[in-house]
Design a protein around this ligand. Structure first.
Ligand SMILES: *Cc1c(COP(=O)(O)O)cnc(C)c1O
Length: 393
């Protein structure tokens, strides 16, 4: 008896990804740039596909910086992230980083020191953790205590240091206060607030910004409507970009560049996590579908506490000498192969029919899927990673 390995893989659609990102970038108003926030998915195939399409990569570690360089020597790289080491700063400086997003006063000093040591001056954006109030409290992440950025109250002190330190040149501000936002109007409100805040800081500090970074956080709708494996309406980027164009027209003319740094919205739709059903069973009146894989490959649903949308691909091949359990027309909970009740990919989702041996296809798995997962917990084999389509360049 030769054992066939059950299906377990990520499948990526590079052509779809290229087309989508091309459209996103083409819709951007003048002065606006799109950087790819690499933490969403830093597979070399994804990076090589995106390198010629975006204005650069946003990295948040020395490791990501190296991956960005490996994907294309000339790709502009901006460096963010809340806790950068001296080693990472030097590596980025000697590797030709375009600018740093500074997260604290001490970090500003560290960057200056590393820049002086390497005979450079580093362009920096001060990342500000806004105090609020926000236009729509339900979507705001800043203003509540987080470890990110420099608090507004400390900005005068940071600005003074940025101007005095020999190794840095302050060229603007960085604001990233939203995550997975699905509302274009809320996003526009946020960008409008950024505009007013930054204009105020320019007046207060007698400064003229060159670059303004408005972050990422454009969302993906993971809600599954009635059709299995489909998702609800997505963020209307074209509509947003049209409104944004009007808003950017109100920005001071000397703001030469307005940066976006999106991850999720660019890549999520172009990855699918396919995993074979190993067993179907009932316990305490609930139906469980157990798959080859789980949250150690795809932690997103557990991290966001949602049921991830999937469809069932029926597979007819089944050994005649084995029973074939199934669940039909009933809510099922899809769990993985880990020995913990937290290994849940979808909870109480009604399916027409799912059998052992069928394959579940989790859609919109291209961002924060494999990247954020604890791959070696329980020492199961990793999934395959299959890339369809062409990498331009
Ligand atoms: C994570 C992150 C992003 C990307 O966020 P998405 O929600 O994937 O668009 C951009 N900027 C910063 C500073 C981040 O931490």
């Amino acid at each position: 008896m030769s054992a066939r390995e059950p299906v377990c893989r990520y499948v990526y659609d590079l052509d779809g990804l290229s087309a989508h990102v091309r459209d996103v970038v083409a819709a951007l108003p003048p002065r606006c740039r799109m950087f790819y926030a690499m933490k969403a998915n830093s597979a070399p195939e994804i990076l090589r596909t995106l390198a010629p399409l975006v204005d650069g990569f946003e990295v948040a570690s020395g490791g990501e910086f190296d991956k960005a360089r490996a994907a294309g020597d000339g790709v502009p790289v901006v460096f963010g992230g809340p806790a950068k080491t001296e080693g990472e700063l030097v590596r980025a400086l000697t590797g030709g980083v375009a600018r740093f997003h500074v997260e604290s006063l001490l970090e500003l000093h560290r960057i200056s020191r590393a820049a002086v040591a390497t005979g450079r001056t580093a362009d920096v954006l001060l990342r500000v953790n806004l105090a609020g109030p926000f236009p729509d409290a339900t979507i705001a992440m800043a203003g509540t205590p987080t470890q990110f950025g420099i608090e507004e109250a400390q900005l005068p002190q940071a600005m003074r240091a940025a101007r005095q330190l020999p190794g840095v040149r302050p060229v603007g501000f960085h604001l990233h206060s939203l995550s997975n936002n699905l509302s274009p109007s809320a996003h526009l409100d946020m960008v409008r607030l950024y505009r007013d805040k930054i204009a105020g800081w320019e007046r207060a500090f007698g400064l003229a910004c060159d670059v303004v970074n408005v972050g990422g956080g454009i969302g993906v709708n993971y809600a599954q409507p009635d059709v299995p494996g489909q998702v609800g309406p997505q963020f209307d980027w074209t509509g947003f970009a049209a409104q944004l164009s009007r808003l950017v027209d109100t920005f001071p003319a000397h703001w030469r560049e307005v940066d976006f740094e999106c991850g999720r919205f660019l890549v999520a739709a172009y990855g699918t996590y396919e995993t074979e059903v190993l067993d179907v069973k009932r316990n305490h009146a609930a139906h469980f579908v157990l798959v080859r894989g789980g949250t150690h490959h795809f932690r997103l649903p557990s991290s966001w506490q949602h049921s991830h949308p999937f469809r069932v691909r029926p597979c007819e091949d089944w050994p005649p000498d084995l029973p074939r359990p199934e669940a039909a027309g009933t809510p099922v909970t899809v769990v993985g192969e880990l020995c913990t009740p937290k290994d849940v990919l979808a909870r109480d989702v009604v399916v027409d029919r799912v059998r052992a041996g069928d394959v579940l296809e989790f859609v919109h798995a291209g961002a924060y899927g494999w990247e954020i997962s604890h791959h070696d917990f329980l020492s199961h084999p990793h999934p395959e990673h299959v890339f369809h389509g062409r990498m331009p360049g």
